[in-house]
Design a protein around this ligand. Structure first.
Ligand code: NAP
Length: 309
């Protein structure tokens, strides 16, 4: 396949950027990949494992001559970086980002985008609980959604080209406006992460159940919370600081539902509990039918993996 962009600059070289680099290299989608990350250690690793053809010691230097610039840093760092790179962007270039929140990123980045440069915000709905340059892999985006949220600084041409890159990396692409994106993500990702963080925190506080028991018997459900609650603290701090309203809205609804279930348990209202769990089971079936998870028992884990492993 002919490269979609001659030169791509990756700003931030963690899980998402390194996965993009692997996918672009596997598909021949970029002529050259240039990278920049905050610490020398990450830049060194990026060169060593070959995710970048070149690394630079500043973001400004990395974006020189790039046709596509990808901001792949925590959401709270995007505005400052956009300001730094703005005078160095090539006319006709596209800037995109992969941040998990969109409205706050648009507000932080857009004002710095110069005339003649397009900004097309994006968010791949794909990830793991690992971070850093070594955690990426080429198939991370395969059959996962990537949401583009075009804004005032986007052009149709730049959006179409970026869409073709994500499709070539294996993603399905949808477009929506940024506030809607933030609400959808508050439901499917941000609030569930907060609940997982809380559940794991609660277990830690509960002195009547020993730590070794929690770990030993974790396959009963707790283990799946711990995977989510192991996600990067900086990334998730920024998500909650920047998607405040939508997360608080969904958390409010969650609390109401939780109280209703708590009441049903206290009153012994089995009918309520059964009806509720029947409804949620149908949602799980819908996710499997949409190809977003496997129907194998225990989330597809190998049958020989025992509780406590
Ligand atoms: P990550 O693995 O923790 O990597 C973050 C990278 O950003 C690191 O290379 C870090 O450099 C660099 N960085 C941080 N602050 C910087 C700054 N001020 N200037 C330059 N580089 C800086 O993170 P990630 O998981 O790839 O996440 C990146 C973005 O993707 C975030 O906005 C996140 O919301 C979004 N996202 C994440 C997921 C997920 O599941 N992880 C999924 C979709 C979208 P050093 O290593 O040198 O510190």
């Amino acid at each position: 396949m002919a490269p979609i962009y001659d030169r791509v600059a990756l700003i931030g070289l963690g899980l998402i950027a390194s996965s993009m680099a692997h996918a672009m290299k596997a598909g021949g989608l970029a002529g050259e990949i240039v990278g920049y990350a905050k610490t020398e250690e990450t830049r060194k690793v990026a060169l060593e494992i070959g995710i970048c053809d070149r690394v630079c010691t500043s973001a400004a230097e990395a974006v020189e001559g790039a046709d596509l610039v990808v901001l792949a840093v925590p959401v709270g760092a995007m505005g400052e970086l956009a300001e730094e790179i703005a005078p160095h962007l090539k006319p006709g270039a596209t800037v995109t980002d992969v941040g998990s929140v969109k409205q706050a990123v648009i507000e932080a980045v857009s004002p710095h985008i110069p005339e003649g440069v397009a900004f097309v915000p994006g968010h791949p709905l794909a990830g793991t609980e690992y971070s850093g340059p070594r955690s990426g892999f080429a198939t991370l985006f395969k059959n996962r959604w990537c949401l583009l949220t075009p804004c005032e600084k986007s052009t149709l041409e730049a959006t179409a080209r970026l869409r073709s890159l994500w499709e070539a990396m294996g993603s399905n692409v949808d477009e929506m406006d940024a506030p809607h994106h933030d609400l959808v993500l508050a439901v499917v990702s941000h609030t569930p992460h907060l609940i997982a963080y809380t559940m794991v925190g609660v277990a830690d506080h509960l002195r009547r159940v020993s730590n070794s028991e929690v770990i030993k018997y974790s396959a009963s459900g707790f283990r799946d919370f711990t995977r989510i609650a192991a996600s990067d603290p900086t990334m998730w701090r920024d998500v909650f600081l920047t998607n405040k309203e939508a997360t608080l809205d969904i958390l409010g609804r969650f609390t109401e539902e939780l109280f209703a279930l708590q009441r049903a348990i206290r009153l012994g209202d089995g009918e309520h509990l059964h009806a509720y769990f029947t409804k949620t089971r149908a949602i799980r079936r819908g996710i499997i039918e949409a190809g977003q998870d496997t129907s194998a028992p225990d989330f597809g884990r190998a049958a020989d993996v025992k509780a406590g492993d």
